[in-house]
Design a protein. Structure first.
Length: 425
């Protein structure tokens, strides 16, 4: 009886531990998933690796990541795992411009670790700063999901800067009209008024006194004495002098003014307007378009494999330059440079051989390296390492499943307590 009671209590203890573990897992704190804020591509056309980092790997066995970037400034070309995700089947999806989506199911993840779980390669397209922003997607709330929601994920956005641009190796000549300024001389007649001074002689009367009159006789009284002796009878004769005055005319010259007119020439100014026609050259600028060839940098999309590179897979998916006719796209096994699949691309640049993706002539082998090659445009894409064949996964439990499991454990616990109580009585 005592042994059965002890065994019952042991079962109750185990149920309590399981019950507390269930709720502890449900209430675990959020785990951070972050993108760098200082990722830099020094020159457009070059590449850089942008890590997707985790704060802690505790309790993590699966990932789902979805974030956006500016496709006008950069292009995501490759997704690779790290030592933390070496035992994961990684399925990247780079088919939508400006979006990186990564899912991974893992057979095991080192616990108690932090750091990069994925490395995303970006190639610069143009100068500028692109935000790296986690974006919610179907079944990926907040842009990141760990396992199936437990532990919860706390995303942290980042930023990618692309530096000065260099010309790409492919140059397309295009005609550009250049305006050339040509000077044309145009004669313009203009009338100019010229003032000419002309002297005109005019007669001016000038009075000049001139002695031209003949002498005229003018009577001037000049007394002249004449003495006459007269005898007087008396005791003695007395001589008496009688003075007689006679006037004698003396001619005197008198100047009489005479008016003489002497013509003198006095210059006077008179204005005469003379019209003078002056020819002046006025340059007229005419723009003459001249065609010149200007080199325009036109990048060609690099083909890249985005998904399907897993052991045992017979079809891979990817993107490249649009409208490449089959067999313009080749899938090549790096060991031996063997072509193991051919196809083309559709208008959006996605790989196709009549259906989505490109079929392979043999199953892929885990660990081998494969790469795409655009033989039409002469561009070779980056290689990817074929991931191991995914093991059978134990399904994870979401919040609702955790609650149901907790109820079942609680019911079993109550049943065991009741059974123990009956035995004790």
């Amino acid at each position: 009886m005592g042994a059965r009671t002890e065994s019952a209590w042991r079962r109750v203890a185990l149920l309590l531990v399981a019950f507390s573990t269930c709720f502890a897992a449900a209430d675990a704190s959020a785990t951070s998933i972050s993108l760098p804020t200082n990722a830099v591509i020094n020159v457009a056309g070059q590449t850089t690796v942008v890590p997707v980092s985790i704060g802690s790997t505790d309790g993590v066995s699966g990932f789902a990541i979805n974030f956006t970037y500016s496709s006008a400034l950069a292009t995501a070309t490759l997704v690779q795992g790290t030592t933390l995700t070496a035992n994961c089947l990684i399925e990247p999806n780079l088919g939508t411009a400006g979006v990186v989506r990564i899912t991974a199911a893992c057979s095991s993840v080192p616990q108690g670790m932090s750091g990069a779980v994925f490395n995303v390669t970006f190639q610069g397209v143009a100068n500028g700063v692109s935000p790296l922003t986690f974006l919610a997607a179907p079944s990926i709330p907040n842009g990141c999901l760990l396992n199936e929601g437990s532990p919860t994920c706390e995303p942290s956005n980042g930023q990618l800067t692309v530096g000065p641009m260099q010309p790409t190796s492919t140059v397309t000549a295009s005609g550009t009209a250049t305006a050339t300024r040509t000077a044309t001389a145009v004669a313009t007649a203009s009338a100019t008024a010229t003032v000419t001074h002309t002297a005109v002689a005019t007669s001016t009367a000038t009075f000049t006194a001139t002695n031209t009159a003949p002498p005229s006789a003018t009577a001037t009284r000049t007394p002249t004495a004449t003495v006459t002796d007269t005898a007087t009878s008396g005791p003695s004769p007395t001589v008496t002098q009688t003075r007689t005055v006679t006037n004698t005319g003396t001619p005197t010259l008198t100047a009489t003014p005479t008016l003489t007119t002497t013509p003198t020439s006095t210059p006077q100014s008179s204005n005469t307007v003379t019209a003078t026609v002056t020819a002046s050259l006025t340059p007229s600028v005419t723009a003459t378009p001249t065609a010149s060839n200007t080199a325009t940098a036109t990048p060609i999309a690099t083909p890249r494999i985005t998904s399907g590179a897993a052991g045992g897979s017979t079809r891979v998916f990817g993107v490249g330059a649009p409208n490449v006719s089959a067999p313009g796209i080749e899938i090549v096994a790096e060991n031996g440079n063997q072509v193991i699949g051919t196809g083309g691309t559709n208008g959006a640049g996605a790989f196709t051989d009549g259906q989505a993706g490109i079929g392979l002539t043999r199953p892929l082998v885990a660990g081998e390296r494969i790469f795409p090659r655009d033989v039409t445009n002469g561009v070779t894409g980056p290689f990817v390492i074929v991931a191991p064949q995914p093991p059978t996964q134990i399904p994870t439990v979401d919040h609702y499943g955790s609650a149901a499991l907790a109820l079942l454990i609680g019911a079993a616990l109550l049943w065991q307590l009741a059974a123990l109580a009956r035995r004790s009585s």
